[in-house]
Design a protein around this ligand. Structure first.
Ligand SMILES: [Zn+2]
Length: 254
């Protein structure tokens, strides 16, 4: 019995000591800061929220070097048209936003422009369905585009683009500032990549970072659109590789 009492006594002692230390710190901070400055501190905390709001609504700058990179691309592809690619970014992103919002990949599956994107969007939509999450992109307006990077090697060329845009965004699973600001128009920036396979003989399929899926069963296709799907037997239309196809997209601000 005496053991139990001494144990409880020791516990109470420790709690009392911690309480006294906290009181001393509290009194010291108060005497150092003062009641007026204490109000200032609260004001500053509110300011941080305002700055966050302003940053959310600030139109972002495109990140790119179009003037330097465009001539380099034109040397390799004399029919390269950056405005055509910029318009593809807008069309593709709108199609993707729509598929995510509707949680329906049918249009993407049938879309020849998004052959490299189908499996990514399909997995994302499946993920949203599994977690019962609803995402909305409203009143999308694009601002500016720039070429951010250009790389040509092993039979394929890759162009990276930077795009600024705005929309009302809501995600009902999001507990962070995106949710807090869902009444404000979000200013943001996306990075997208487009690939042009210019020499299939140099292009090794086992090095391929981007897979094309069968539009019928979704199985990855070993070869780029020739013959029938190995899994379900669906005839795959030959794909014209001589063109720029989107292979990835990501939002720069989170
Ligand atoms: Zn198939």
């Amino acid at each position: 019995m005496s053991f139990v009492f001494s144990f409880l006594g020791a516990c109470l002692g420790i709690i009392a000591a911690i309480f006294i230390i906290i009181m001393i710190i509290f009194i010291k901070v108060r005497s150092m800061v003062g009641p007026v400055n204490f109000k200032e501190l609260i004001k500053a905390a509110k300011n941080v929220k305002n700055i966050e709001r302003q940053e959310y609504m600030r139109e972002k700058n495109v990140s790119g070097m179009t003037k330097v990179l465009e001539p380099a691309i034109l040397r390799d592809f004399n029919d390269f048209n950056k405005d055509f690619l910029f318009s593809k970014v807008e069309k593709n992103l709108l199609k993707i936003f729509n598929a995510i919002e509707e949680k329906n990949v049918e249009e993407i599956r049938k879309d020849n422009d998004l052959i490299y994107m189908y499996s990514t969007i399909r997995d994302k939509v499946q993920d949203l369905k599994n977690n019962n999450v609803n995402i909305k992109y409203d009143d999308v307006i694009f601002h500016r585009h720039a070429i951010k990077d250009y790389l040509k090697s092993a039979g394929k060329a890759t162009v990276t683009l930077s795009t600024t845009l705005e929309y009302y965004y809501s995600d009902d699973s999001d507990k962070s500032k995106n949710k807090k600001f869902s009444d404000l128009k979000r200013q943001t920036r996306y990075t997208t990549q487009f690939v042009y396979v210019y020499d299939e003989t140099k292009f090794k399929y086992n090095q391929m970072a981007h897979t094309i899926s069968c539009p019928n069963c979704g199985a990855p296709l070993g070869k780029l659109g020739e013959g029938n799907c190995q899994y379900c037997g669906t005839y795959i239309k030959p794909i014209n590789l001589k063109g720029w196809y989107m292979v990835s997209y990501s939002e720069d601000y989170k």
